[in-house]
Design a binder for this molecule. Structure first.
Ligand code: 5AD
Ligand code: FES
Length: 348
């Protein structure tokens, strides 16, 4: 309990303290204390607002082979698709009409979508919707590419670090990938003036409490504007098919801890959390999250963006995600708003 109080008072944790705090993740009194503090902090900066981002999953081609991911290049069973520029712009149009003011272009690392093509796309979206934020989530690129996208008008970039522990990073990724490069990308993005989102899966294979403590320390170092976390969910066509999924309870505990560590952070209640628990996203909001990211991708392609098994919002109901989430957010006692929802501490 003392350690929870320390966190609440100082908004910081050393690695050792983080490890100590994590011992209490199943202790109801500690969790309740953290949730209460997280709720107060979130209310102070954002009131009862929950921001919404329209997610456009525009390609599931990927040259990487992250072992946990269903769209890794080594999965020959994945049915590949990529949206045309016209289809992407159509998604933005319908999203805008539904009230979205942030578009997140997410995709695998798809060589077809060259840096120039991405920059051109960002320019077009920003020209048509100057009041909207454009977020990219397309993986590791050169600093020059990140600069090009930024000059084209991209405002934000999501790139989960996945784990801040070298050894664990090596267990989740092929040797061609490295934590060092991943971290450098995040620092490059920060330097270029993006609002940056880092994050990790909870309960990914080989993750220990030490790994999570290192994740929390890394987040304090990087100070990202956004942090995406969700439970690991096994995908049947990966080498982790037989591994257990991550814990919803631990994810909720970490959401509260992150809200306290980075008070103004934008924290989504993720689709993975909603997949593991019917009320997962509502519980995430109650734990300190303040963002939801409904899918705007064409219904015909949604099942194909198959990162993990049983992903929600991919069926017939999918067209109604915006409405559904509005109801869910309201049922949790919050208000889904249309505004861009920039980082409260942002300079611009
Ligand atoms: N379970 C949960 N999340 C996953 N992601 C990829 N594969 C899985 C999985 N099997 C997450 C990664 C990635 C984000 C887009 O989706 O953290 O950064
Ligand atoms: Fe997609 Fe509820 S959010 S159907």
């Amino acid at each position: 309990m003392e350690i929870a109080e320390k966190l609440i008072k100082t908004h910081s944790l050393t690695r050792k303290e983080a490890l100590e705090l994590l011992k209490y993740w199943e202790d109801p009194a500690t969790a309740a204390k953290l949730v209460q503090a997280a709720e107060e902090i979130r209310r102070k900066y954002y009131g009862d607002k929950v921001f919404t981002r329209g997610l456009i999953e525009f390609t599931n081609y990927c040259k990487n082979n992250c072992y946990y991911c269903g769209i890794r290049c080594g999965n020959s069973h994945a049915a590949r698709y990529r949206l045309t520029e016209e289809e992407i712009l159509d998604c933005c149009k319908s999203g805008y009409d539904l009230g979205f003011r942030t578009f997140v272009l997410q995709g695998g690392e798809d060589p077809f979508y060259t840096d120039e093509k991405v920059a051109g796309l960002v320019k077009k979206i920003k020209a048509s919707y100057p009041d909207c934020a454009v977020t990219l989530s397309i993986g590791e690129k050169t600093k020059e590419a990140y600069r090009l996208f930024r000059q084209a008008g991209a405002d934000r970039y999501l790139l989960r670090h996945e784990t801040a522990n070298e050894k664990h990073y090596g267990k989740l990724h092929p040797p061609a990938m490295s934590l060092k490069v991943r971290k450098q990308c995040l620092y490059d993005l920060k330097e270029l003036g993006y609002q940056v989102g880092a994050g990790f899966m909870v309960g990914s294979p080989g993750q220990t409490m030490e790994c999570l403590a290192e994740d929390l320390v890394f987040l304090q170092e990087l100070r990202p504007e956004m942090v995406g976390i969700g439970p690991f969910i096994p995908h049947h066509d990966t080498e982790f098919a037989g591994e257990p999924a991550g814990s919803v309870k631990l994810t909720l505990f970490l959401l509260s801890v992150i809200r306290i560590l980075l008070p103004q952070v934008l924290l989504p209640a993720t689709t993975a959390l909603g997949t593991m628990d019917q009320k997962g996203r509502e519980k995430g909001l109650a734990a300190g999250a303040n963002v939801v990211m409904p899918n705007l991708s064409p219904v015909k392609n949604r099942k194909q963006y198959d990162l993990y098994d049983n992903k929600i919002c991919t069926g017939e109901e999918a067209a109604e995600c915006r409405e559904c989430l509005g109801r869910r957010v309201a049922s949790a006692g919050y208000r889904l708003v249309s505004e861009r929802g920039d980082f409260a501490g942002a300079k611009d």
